[in-house]
Design a protein around this ligand. Sequence first.
Ligand code: HEC
Length: 242
Amino acid sequence: MRSKLVLSIGISGLAFHGLAAPPDPAANEPPEVTLTAPVANAVFQWNSVVPFVIGVSDREDGKTEFEEIAPNEVLLRTAYLPDPSQKDKVLSNLAETDPQALRRMSASNCLTCHTAQTKLIGPSFDLIAGKYPDTPETVASLAKKVVTGSSGVWGNVQMPPHPDLKIEQATEMVAWILRNSSDPNQSFVVGIEGAFKTREKPDNDAGTGIYLLMASYMDHGLKDLPQSAKQGHHTVVLKPAR
Ligand code: HEC
């Protein structure tokens, strides 16, 4: 009696195993990202605040309208192109490089105190990138300070330690900051709604430049298959005022 039972379990287990196909990463549906504001071809002004709204819909993760998407995982990258003929090149660059380090900084608490170009509680990333050379030594020493905390370099406010971060994660973040924050034409904001600031008018600007806005979201992939994660993005072009 007993051995029969074991046997039948064994067989059904085997049969199940034989039938189940290995999960296919391609089965993960990519997210649909829509930048609903500003609208395409809207006119931008220099040095002004532009409100934005981003919607995300993903078969596996859910929808922003039902509050199923964490706002801090949604990213808006902005780029001013003095020469509009660079558009396709810059677009494909933006689309292909997922700023994983930036997403991690948002998931950690870094961006509650730091932004790309405006001082909050901590110095802005462009100031940090302007102060330090992008060398392995400075990256290593700044990464250590992110983990252990920092004080006295930028003023009286302390940066609290981040003991949960591994040194490799902090290194990746600092390397991203130093490499990507010194170009005044490029910026980023995190969230599904908010505002970003256009840059000041560059000297000798020809007046034909455009702003590219790329909203993006990296989904969580299929359950137990994080490598199936996919990025969705949507780009809108803003035109200069005449
Ligand atoms: C509670 C606010 C706060 C948070 C959260 C925070 N920082 Fe800071 N950060 C600061 C302040 C304030 C300073 C300036 C400290 C000083 O003067 O030494 C700073 C300085 C820095 C510096 C420059 C350090 C130096 O020696 O010049 C880097 C790099 C940095 N932060 C990265 C990060 C990263 C990465 C994270 C997320 C893991 C993060 N920060 C989270 C407030 C914060």
